[in-house]
Write a protein that binds this ligand. Structure first.
Ligand code: CO8
Length: 373
C-alpha cells in the first residue's frame, strides 16, 4: 500500500493588517452613532445601548493583537463594517480561488512538483464563495492540473479532514499527489458590529501537498497517524445558505453571519481535544513529551495553553506550542497549517509533532507527523 506523506506547504497572507486599536476605534465609532440614532428608544428602555469594545479585553480574552484582511477599508469604516469585495465576472478567477492558487503555487514550488503531475485538488474551507462549480475545480483549472477536484467544509477542522482524505486517496491508490487548499476569507462571514466576536477572525490561504512517499521530496513529513471526530453542537453556527436567498444587506440578519457561545465552546472543546490527542498518543505508544511541537488550531491563546498543558504535562513554551493567532487571529481551517508552515523549519529528522484543529460542528482532527530528512 502506498505510504502518504506531506511533501510541502504554502501560505498566502493578505497585504493589509488591522490592529486591535484600529478595529476597536471603528467599532466604538459605529456604537456611538448607533446609540445616537436610537437615543429615544434607549431612554424609553426599549433597547440597550451598545457598549464599547476594548483592546485590553480582546488581547486578554483571546491573545489576538491584529489580523490580516482582504479589504481593510470596509472593515474599519464605521459606515460599512464589512469587507467590500467587488463581484467579478465569470470569466475572471474568483477571489477565493485566486488566493488558494497563490498558496498552492508556493507548496508546488517547494516540492518541485509540476502541476501536471498532481492528481487531485481538495478545497477544504469554512466558507465557499459560491454553491457551484466547486472552488477546487477552478483552482485545478487555474493551475493546469488534470484528474479531479472537489470542495469540502468541516469549518475550522477542514484542513485536517482534508489531509486525512488526501492521505486515504494516496493509500487507496486513487491518487499519488493531492493538493489540499484552505482559502479562508473569514471577514466575509464576520459580524463586525457584534462586540463579542468582531475581533476573532482574519483572512488567509494555506496549501498542503500530500503525496505518495516514493515521489515525495527527501525533506518530507511522514504522516504517522490521523484521527477525525465530530459531535453536533449549535454553539458555533452560521445560518447563511441557499434557502435564505434574501441575503442580509451588510449588518442586518445576524444569524446569517458567524455566531457562537464562546464560553461554552471553550469549556466543551478544550477537554474534548486534549482527550483526543491523549487517545492518539496511547494508540501510537507515545508520551506527550515525545512530541517536539504542537501546531494547534489558532482560535484562542488560553484554549491552546490549556490543551498543550494537558498533553505535555507542563506549561507549554512558545517553542513547544507556537502562536500565530496574535498576528493572524483565527483563520479557521488555515490556523494550524500557518503554525506548521511558519514553525517547522527547525524540526530535525526523527522528531515528531501534531497538527490539531477544532471548531464548529463540533469537529476536531489530528495529524501526527515526523520529519523524514
Ligand atoms: N470588549 C469589551 N468587553 C467585551 C467584549 C469586547 N470586545 N466582548 C465581550 N465583552 C465582555 C462581555 O460582555 C462580558 O461581560 P459580562 O461579564 O459583563 O457579561 C465579558 O466581556 C466576558 O465575555 P465573554 O464571556 O464572552 O468572554 P470570554 O472570556 O469567554 O472570551 C472568547 C470570549 C474570546 C470568544 C472566548 O470565549 C473564546 O475564544 N472561546 C472559544 C471560541 C472558539 O474556539 N470558537 C471557535 C470558533 S471558530 C470555528 O469553528 C470556525 C467557524 C467558521 C469560521 C467562519 C468565519 C467567520
Amino acid at each position: 500500500m502506498p505510504i502518504p506523506v506531506i511533501s510541502a506547504t504554502g501560505l498566502w497572507t493578505p497585504p493589509h493588517s488591522v490592529s486591535n486599536e484600529e478595529l476597536v476605534e471603528s467599532f466604538n465609532a459605529w456604537a456611538d452613532k448607533w446609540n445616537a440614532d436610537h437615543t429615544a428608544a434607549i431612554q424609553a428602555g426599549e433597547v440597550e445601548p451598545k457598549p464599547h469594545s476594548s483592546v485590553e479585553f480582546i488581547e486578554k480574552a483571546s491573545g489576538i493583537k491584529s489580523r490580516y484582511v482582504v479589504d481593510k477599508a470596509g472593515v474599519i469604516d464605521p459606515a460599512v463594517m464589512a469587507p467590500r469585495i467587488p463581484e467579478r465576472p465569470n470569466e475572471e478567477i474568483s477571489v477565493l480561488a485566486e488566493i488558494a492558487v497563490k498558496a498552492a503555487r508556493q507548496s508546488l514550488d517547494a516540492a518541485g512538483r509540476d502541476p501536471k503531475d498532481v492528481d487531485a485538488v481538495l478545497c477544504a474551507a469554512s466558507n465557499m464563495q459560491r454553491a457551484y462549480p466547486a472552488m477546487a475545480i477552478e483552482v485545478q483549472q487555474a493551475l493546469g492540473i488534470e484528474g479531479f477536484a472537489f470542495d469540502m467544509n468541516v469549518a475550522c477542522s477542514s484542513a485536517t479532514f482534508g489531509i486525512q482524505t488526501a492521505a486515504d486517496f494516496v493509500r487507496s491508490g486513487s491518487a499519488k499527489s493531492v493538493l489540499m487548499v484552505n482559502p479562508e476569507i473569514c471577514s466575509g462571514h464576520l459580524n463586525f458590529t457584534d462586540r463579542d466576536s468582531h475581533f476573532i477572525f482574519g483572512d488567509v490561504a494555506t496549501a498542503v501537498l500530500v503525496e505518495a512517499e516514493d515521489i515525495a521530496p527527501a525533506d518530507h513529513w511522514k504522516i504517522l497517524h490521523t484521527h477525525l471526530k465530530t459531535q453536533f453542537s449549535n454553539n458555533i453556527r452560521n445560518n447563511f445558505g441557499f434557502l435564505n436567498r434574501a441575503a442580509p444587506e451588510g449588518i442586518g440578519a445576524t444569524d446569517k453571519l458567524f455566531v457562537q457561545e464562546g464560553r461554552k465552546v471553550f469549556r466543551e472543546v478544550v477537554p474534548m481535544v486534549a482527550a483526543m490527542i491523549q487517545e492518539d498518543l496511547d494508540a501510537l505508544g507515545l508520551q506527550g513529551t515525545d512530541l517536539r511541537r504542537l501546531w494547534l488550531h489558532q482560535a484562542n491563546a488560553n484554549m491552546n495553553r490549556l490543551i498543550a498543558g494537558k498533553v505535555l504535562g507542563h506549561e507549554a513554551s512558545e517553542d513547544e506550542s507556537p502562536t500565530v493567532l496574535d498576528t493572524y487571529a483565527n483563520t479557521s481551517s488555515a490556523g494550524s497549517i500557518i503554525a506548521f508552515h511558519t514553525h517547522s523549519g527547525d524540526i530535525k529528522p526523527g522528531e515528531k509533532g501534531v497538527i490539531c484543529s477544532f471548531g464548529a460542528g463540533y469537529s476536531a482532527g489530528t495529524v501526527f507527523v515526523e520529519r523524514a530528512a
